[in-house]
Design a protein around this ligand. Sequence first.
Ligand code: ADP
Ligand code: GN1
Ligand code: MG
Length: 347
Amino acid sequence: MPNPDLQSICDAFDFAGRCRSAKRWGSGHINDTWAVETTDRRYLLQRLNPEVFPDPVAVMENIRRVTDHLAAKPTPGTPLSLVPSRAGEIFHRDAAGNTWRAYPFIERARSYDVVPDAAIAREGARTFGQFLKDLDDLPEPPLIEAIPGFHHTPGRYAEFSRACDEDPLGRAREVRVEAAFARDREEITGVLEAAREAGEMPVRVTHNDTKINNVLFDEATGEGVTVVDLDTVMPGVALYDFGDLVRTCVCPAAGDERDLTKVTVRPEIYDALVEGYTLAMGDLLTDTERRLMFFSATLITFETGLRFLTDYLRGDRYFRTSRARQNLDRARMKFELVRRLEQVDPS
Ligand code: ADP
Ligand code: GN1
Ligand code: MG
């Protein structure tokens, strides 16, 4: 998007002090994020991606309920809290119809795009597990499904098939190898959904975007401070969260790495993730969930690869890119990781 008038956006929020500067922040693929510095403190300001979130009011209402609920829990750390607009709303709508929201910036904390060691993996998993546990008693009604079918892998596969058939940009020829890889694995897409339908995996309040860079860690102690990126918190199953965490932690390579020899699986990181997640979730996890933990990583990695490949076929309309073929490289990296996970699958 063109540079927005950030001064007037900042003026719309109930910030302490006068705005001094704003700089682009984070490495997310969806929203636009700035760290805003006022004369008093910092804030994290975000513009929601309108193509991804057609109902921003539902997203913000979910976030309000979740942050209020978490703020009342005794869990150590710093829970996220929304900064109200000067009009007293939980978001600000600008003249162009964009939805903006702000959080106090959590200082002396950091996120990791690539996990450096097992201790960070364990703590990240524990923090995500605790997040689910704390939301287990969120009062009715259920949160709104802000993106219907977000982790319905068979649905993601169907979208991929459609994109191959429609091939609006003539890119299908270029991805024949990847498409064949995907077709060979169609049968795994329904495994978690079948367990859910059989009642073996409860539908809970889940995060649904558990990339490791969505946890903030205390810079000094390495302890998990809070879970961020709450746009997709909605009803779901815990294994999609756990699997996505494994996807973004076990491999030391970047998400768009082109040298696929760097795409490896670090078993000690996987073990640390299981330890941290089960420590926090305790007896909330069912036997079926425990049994399918490793598989969930393969499945969600496959699903994410499908999503990147679909977006490449459709002209890179969903995931932000900074160079040509980046979504194809992201898809290839994910499929290579699927291959590696299949090789070490203990089941
Ligand atoms: P995106 O949806 O684009 O991934 P996020 O909400 O995850 O956006 O924010 C991007 C990055 O900004 C995060 O990975 C995290 O490092 C950082 N971040 C998010 N919220 C805060 C906050 N309240 N305080 C400090 N840093 C934050
Ligand atoms: C997106 O914005 P970010 O990078 O946290 C996406 C996730 C994908 C991820 C892949 C709302 O998350 O589902 O797994 O990219 N978020 C949405 O890197 O689609
Ligand atoms: Mg994020």
